[in-house]
Every structure is written in structure tokens, then in C-alpha cells.
Design a protein around this ligand. Structure first.
Ligand code: SF4
Length: 221
């Protein structure tokens, strides 16, 4: 069994609630969305076998977890599941970074995954179609494990999308943490917007936080 993998490397997690912890990153090739703010350059990949992947992961030391990222890792679910299973058997913690729309694929791997970092793709941020029902179904599956939600906030992000995000989080589990991630490069005008959105979350008793992309600030991968 092989998968299209763009890169495998060790760095620190730049986003979300695990920001700054060391991880081994496995970047899957290919994505099913096209967000306007996408900064992931996926031009090439290698077909990598399972054994080769595990060997490469195990060549690294002293990391918190293995982050499966992309692109979208759930587009190659059989390989992902096999890799997660092998790592679980080795007691290695796993972290799935996902765009949060492929609930059926998630159902198949959730038992073997420790942490899910899922995106809410706010239509006013992505400039793409609404994915609320996909996100709702995905979050229901993801909350069998540790999960947090992350949304990119840009100059076009509308308050209605924050309200809708809150509604879904409350419906599934109001304890789920919500990360507001300012788009890069940071523009001053975002300050006011972030503070407004944070206030709305807090009023609704949602555990929200503003977390910017640390790896971009540090100029690392
Ligand atoms: S889901 Fe992620 S990788 Fe895919 S287009 Fe959006 S930002 Fe890029």
C-alpha cells in the first residue's frame, strides 16, 4: 500500500492549541477544496509505502505527536488508517489536521486517532461555498476524540459566519474549543474584527482564543 506524500519533516506545531510543541509532519498530497487564502504549495509528491513512512517517522526523536496534514489526509483514507493503526500499536500519539468535511472517511479512522484539529471553512473567508452541514457531521464524529475547531479570519470574514460556527459548536458540544486564526500577513484592520468575534464567542460561553501562525512569524516550516 502506498500514498502520495509531499513531505515528511520535524518542526513545531505553529497553529491551534498545541502551538509550539514539536511534531513530525506527514504532508499528504492533494486537496478537495480551494480556499482563497491557501498557502500550501503542493507541486510534487512521492509514492511512499507504509513501511518506509514508519521508518522515516521513527528516524526522528523527541516529539509530542505525528501530525497528518495536507492537502487533505482523509482523501487517502486506507493508507491513513493503516499508518494510524501502526503508530497506535507503537504508542505514538497522532494528530489529524483536516479541512473537516469528509465525515465518512473520518468514521473509518477515528478509533486510531488521538487529536483532531479541524477547520471550519467560513465562506466569507474562503470565498467558496458554504460547508456547514459537512462541518456539523464531521464534528459529531470527531468529538469521539479530543477535537478543536480552527477558523481563518481575514478582512472579508463576516460576523454571520462566526455566529453560525458558534451555533454548530453549541449543538455538538459547547465545550469544544474554537481558535480564531488571523490570516497571514497580519493586517492592522483585523485587530478590531478579532476582538469583536472573540467577544461574541465569550458572550455565548464558547471557549475561544486568538492564535496566530507561529511558524510563519518564526520563518520556519
Ligand atoms: S483545505 Fe487547506 S490545503 Fe485545501 S485549499 Fe483549503 S487551505 Fe489549502
Amino acid at each position: 500500500m502506498t500514498a502520495k506524500i509531499s513531505e515528511i519533516f520535524k518542526s513545531i506545531q505553529g497553529e491551534g492549541i498545541y502551538q509550539s510543541l514539536p511534531q513530525v509532519f506527514v504532508r499528504f498530497f492533494g486537496c478537495n477544496l480551494s480556499c482563497s487564502y491557501c498557502d500550501t504549495e503542493l507541486f510534487r509528491y512521492e509514492e511512499i509505502g507504509l513501511e518506509n513512512l514508519i521508518q522515516q517517522i521513527e528516524s526522528y526523536h523527541d516529539y509530542h505527536s505525528v501530525s497528518f496534514t495536507g492537502g487533505e489526509p482523509l482523501l487517502q483514507p486506507e493508507f491513513l488508517k493503516a499508518a494510524l493503526k501502526l503508530l497506535k500499536a507503537r504508542r505514538t500519539k497522532t494528530y489529524l489536521e483536516t479541512n473537516g468535511v469528509l465525515a465518512d472517511a473520518l468514521k473509518d479512522v477515528i478509533d486510531y486517532c488521538d487529536i483532531v484539529a479541524m477547520d471550519f471553512k467560513l465562506p466569507s473567508s474562503t470565498q467558496e461555498k458554504e460547508l456547514w452541514s459537512e462541518h456539523r457531521e464531521f464534528l459529531k464524529v470527531a468529538c469521539a476524540k479530543e477535537v478543536f475547531v480552527k477558523a481563518v479570519i481575514g478582512k472579508n470574514t463576516e460576523v454571520g459566519d462566526i455566529v453560525k460556527s458558534i451555533e454548530i459548536i453549541k449543538e455538538v458540544n459547547p465545550m469544544i474549543r474554537f481558535i480564531l486564526q488571523p490570516e497571514n500577513p497580519f493586517e492592522e484592520q483585523l485587530k478590531e474584527k478579532l476582538s469583536l468575534f472573540l467577544g461574541i464567542c465569550r458572550k455565548q460561553n464558547i471557549n475561544a482564543k486568538i492564535v496566530s501562525q507561529l511558524h510563519k512569524q518564526l520563518g520556519i516550516k
